[in-house]
Design a binder for this molecule. Structure first.
Ligand SMILES: Cc1ncc(COP(=O)(O)O)c(C=O)c1O
Ligand SMILES: N[C@@H](CCOP(=O)(O)O)C(=O)O
Length: 518
């Protein structure tokens, strides 16, 4: 196999790093041979196809047997948006959420080490792992392990093989309502716990699992939540046997979201405040007790969430979409998407990044107001009730991260009123989707940017669906029952009451079918 680039003839004489003894899906150790992997490099052949692991060996055992302990890559915490030469940094094994100045942290990878492999090599490696069951690469997150948490032992990973979500071609919705032929919905809510939070939580809980095995004083993991973060945290902690503690704003989350942490055994505190109040309390409590903070203030979460951006590129066969629209609340996810796209550009997998759009509910729109004010004089707001309950957040912890991502991607912020988001949700559902109200917010942003001509009919556009509609059925029931005060519910589709006799049923059906003919 011709491996050498023109400048590394030594490779021709070095042992082929992909020889049969090489384990599949892992990178050869460049330290063992002074060579540069060039674009002719191919991923290791799928050697596992030729042999089966012993019947009494599970996939974790197999990974342990194959594990390549050579840590070629590393990452650390640094102050967010810090000077590359800033001396302040922390091991990911430290329990730290803020910089010395009190600002946010970010996970910075050893880019020079990653750059030892060119873009084609990373594309080929990641593509070779999609959908496999080899531990831990069956996960859409851990199939990019070298870019996520490179130093964690496979054995410490807690994964539900999350990710690899459907990038759905919204053919009918795009054509019928937007005159678009290249509209896609990234269904991050079709996932283990029904939201994109799984992507970040597998990383955070895996790291906590590692810390506890190291003997670090972590008695549990805690978060404030509008529902989805607590659902993901409780599920992954339950999987790991780690206690989880969740702070929920009383009477402000859906029943489906409330039952998840309860069912998964979390210690659930229903607190008579809103999310922002819960967030303040969890920050105070985790500063006093050995409870690890799991909100996206903790930048580890974003390392997992960024893989959804990489997946979108993979699913487009590494073609970059023109727009990616993301609903925003605490504002970690819009930054995570930027991180994923930017890392792919920085490491040569693609040559540009998409323009990002962050969509907010008009009832909880601090980022939108800041954007419209020209990024001057940010003010937190009192978040009012919205059907998009998971983004009812007035004082987002990641405001600075979101602004950075939007500035770097020539991004836009849009908002949606309650009627607009509920109508958009019903319209999307009428074309065969079953989306959450937050996806409705993102679709409203798309409607507005199409109507203003900013997004063109042929622009390749991705709307990120962040949770499954089944977690928010009450809002749909209210809408289709036309049981929402001051809302026309234009697209309501209420059931028809009919007497239980053949004649009555036939009358109703004939009327319906005739309406379909004209
Ligand atoms: C369903 C859903 N969509 C969107 C968001 C917004 O994500 P972020 O808080 O990272 O902006 C959240 C959480 O906040 C959510 O739970
Ligand atoms: N919608 C979120 C709010 C908290 O967001 P996080 O990313 O900071 O955990 C939730 O589902 O709780």
């Amino acid at each position: 196999m011709a491996m050498a680039s023109s400048s590394s003839s030594s490779l021709l004489h070095s042992p082929n790093p992909f020889s049969p003894k090489t384990k599949p899906f892992i990178l050869p150790n460049p330290k063992s041979t002074h060579f540069t992997i060039n674009s002719s490099a191919q991923p290791p052949p799928n050697l596992t196809a030729k042999h089966r692991r012993p019947a009494d060996e599970n996939i974790r055992d197999e990974a342990r047997r194959n594990n390549n302990h050579d840590h070629l890559f590393s990452a650390k915490y640094v102050p967010f948006n810090a000077d590359p030469f800033s001396p302040e940094s922390y091991s990911l094994d430290e329990i730290v959420y803020r910089s010395q100045s009190g600002g946010l942290l970010d996970v910075r990878h050893d880019i020079d080490a990653l750059k030892r492999y060119d873009g084609k090599y990373w594309r080929t490696l990641f593509d070779s792992r999609v959908g496999k069951t080899t531990w831990p690469y069956g996960s859409g997150v851990w199939s990019k392990k070298e870019w996520v948490l490179p130093e964690i032992d496979d054995d410490d990973i807690i994964s539900a093989f999350e990710g690899n979500s459907n990038l759905f071609w919204a053919e009918r919705f795009g054509k019928q309502f937007l005159g678009m032929n290249d509209l896609w919905v990234k269904h991050c809510g079709i996932s283990h716990t029904g939201s994109f939070k799984d992507l970040g939580m597998t990383v955070l809980v895996s790291q906590v699992n590692r810390l506890r095995k190291m003997g670090r004083p972590v008695v549990g993991v805690g978060c404030a939540s509008t529902g989805d973060t607590s659902a993901a945290l409780s599920a992954y902690c339950a999987s790991a046997g780690i206690p989880s503690i969740v702070f929920l704003p009383a009477n402000r989350i859906s029943i489906a979201q409330l039952v998840q942490p309860i069912a998964n055994g979390a210690f659930v505190l229903s607190i008579d405040t809103d999310f922002d109040g819960c967030m303040q309390l969890i920050r105070e409590v985790t500063a006093e007790l050995p409870i690890y903070l799991a909100n996206s203030l903790n930048s580890l979460r974003l390392e997992g969430q960024k893989t959804a951006a990489i997946e979108i590129l993979q699913q487009f066969d590494w073609e970059v979409p023109d727009w990616v629209i993301v609903p925003g609340g605490n504002l970690g996810n819009i930054y995570a998407f930027y991180k994923g796209f930017h890392m792919c550009k920085e490491l040569g997998l693609v040559d540009r990044i998409p323009r990002l759009v962050c969509a907010q509910a008009a009832n909880a729109n601090p980022l939108y107001l800041y954007f419209k004010a020209g990024w001057k004089n940010f003010k937190a707001v009192k978040a009012n009730a919205t059907f998009a309950s998971a983004i009812q957040i007035g004082d987002p912890v990641s405001i600075d991260r979101a602004v950075y991502a939007l500035k770097k991607s020539d991004g836009i912020v849009e908002e949606a009123t309650e009627e607009e988001l509920m109508d958009a949700t019903a319209q999307a559902d009428s074309t065969g989707m079953f989306i959450c109200p937050h996806t409705g917010v993102a679709l409203c942003a798309l409607f507005k940017l199409r109507n203003s001509g900013v997004i063109k009919p042929t622009d390749k556009t991705v709307v990120v669906s962040t949770a499954h509609g089944l977690k928010f059925t009450q809002s749909k029931t209210d809408y289709h029952s036309k049981d929402i005060k001051d809302m026309a519910c234009r697209f309501a589709n209420p059931p028809v009451q009919v007497k239980a006799d053949f004649g009555s049923v036939m009358d109703v059906l004939k009327k319906y079918l005739l309406s379909k003919v004209h």
